[in-house]
Write a protein that binds this ligand. Structure first.
Ligand code: ATP
Ligand code: MG
Length: 313
């Protein structure tokens, strides 16, 4: 296992399509339907800023958690289609041995699709920006909610609360399901909402049996323009795309610690570094954060990250 965190992805054998905050996408040689290599780095952000150093193995932890979810959700959400084809690049992609080593556990071959430009957020609990809105207007993303909800309380039933999908550096804006309908079009809006809610419900139930509350999460969906079918894409139900809380520590009426990044956030705040650029985490903060991601992995996947990683070619 790489002891060093991988913050950039020095892959030269494949054409790079894009680089996001955490991921790099590479084009794969065409053989049938278009595919791409979806690679997750060890970069980490807190309070919307990317830290200078990363968390070793985080990219592989998130990739293997997503792969597990594609399997779990496929069997629990009727009719669900998803972009995941297999871990790693296809055989014969022309990568060097060093490149294959760098990618180990952190890449997956996926269908390349046209991404709907919204974030399909589902909330099961009222927290974060939704709590701020609720406190002011008793609505969440413009949707009226029952009176008397407390901070971080479970909602009577999960709600679909989309946002815009901002370009790198911009902030996503919360919108109502109706505004989302305007963006993706009537033809697809209801199916996206239905799939997002079904994936959240199935995922949250699975996680809760394992001691984790998924307070909210963000899904992305893409379209196969040839068949006109909607696919679940991107990472799925990871601690980076969701708010994970420990079920044992959960208490309504106060903020909850996030399962993975709380130690890092506390260290940043205590040291006056919240929101500052180019911050380097000291080794003990890196190690503690890594341990939290590994703990989430074990709870969700049912075996240690090290065990799972050994099985990845
Ligand atoms: P953040 O996740 O922090 O909101 P981001 O999504 O822009 O930021 P990354 O997660 O680093 O950044 O990048 C992943 C990108 O890959 C996203 O833009 C996502 O929409 C895109 N993507 C995911 N799955 C597919 C797919 N199957 N085909 C094409 N693009 C995809
Ligand atoms: Mg993303």
């Amino acid at each position: 296992m790489a002891a060093e965190a991988l913050s950039s992805m020095p892959l030269t054998s494949l054409p790079r399509l894009s680089q996001g905050k955490v991921r790099d996408l590479f084009a794969l040689p065409e053989a049938g339907k278009p595919t791409l290599l979806f690679v997750t780095s060890d970069r980490i952000s807190a309070y919307d800023v990317i830290l200078k150093n990363g968390i070793p193995s985080k990219g592989a932890i998130l990739t293997l958690i997503s792969a597990k979810w594609f399997e779990v959700l496929s069997s629990r959400v009727p009719g669900l289609k998803h972009h995941f084809l297999h871990l790693g690049p296809p055989a014969g992609s022309g990568l060097s041995q060093e490149e294959e080593q760098l990618l180990r556990g952190r890449s997956m071959t996926v269908r390349r699709l046209k991404i709907f430009p919204i974030e399909a957020i589902v909330r099961g609990y009222v927290t974060g920006s939704a709590w701020a809105e609720y406190e002011k207007t008793q609505t969440i993303h413009g949707l009226p909610q029952p009176a008397g909800l407390k901070r971080c309380e479970r909602l009577p039933k999960p709600i679909y609360t989309p946002s815009t999908k901002a370009e790198l550096g911009d902030r996503d804006i919360n919108i109502s399901p109706n505004e989302a309908r305007g963006i993706v079009g009537d033809k697809y809006a209801s199916r996206i909402e239905e799939l997002a809610l079904a994936c959240y419900n199935a995922g949250a139930a699975y996680a809760e049996e394992r001691g984790i509350i998924i307070a909210d999460t963000k899904f992305e969906f893409g379209l196969d323009e040839e068949t006109d079918e909607i696919y679940l894409v991107d990472e799925v139900l990871t601690p980076d795309s969701s708010r994970f809380w420990s079920k044992a520590d959960y208490q309504v009426g106060r903020e909850q610690d996030s399962f993975d990044k709380q130690g890092l956030r506390n260290w940043l705040t205590d040291n006056g570094l919240k929101g500052k650029p180019d911050v380097e985490m000291p080794p003990e903060v890196v190690e503690k954060t890594r341990a939290r991601y590994a703990e989430v992995f074990k709870l969700m996947v049912g075996e240690s990250f090290e065990e799972a990683f050994k099985k990845v070619a």
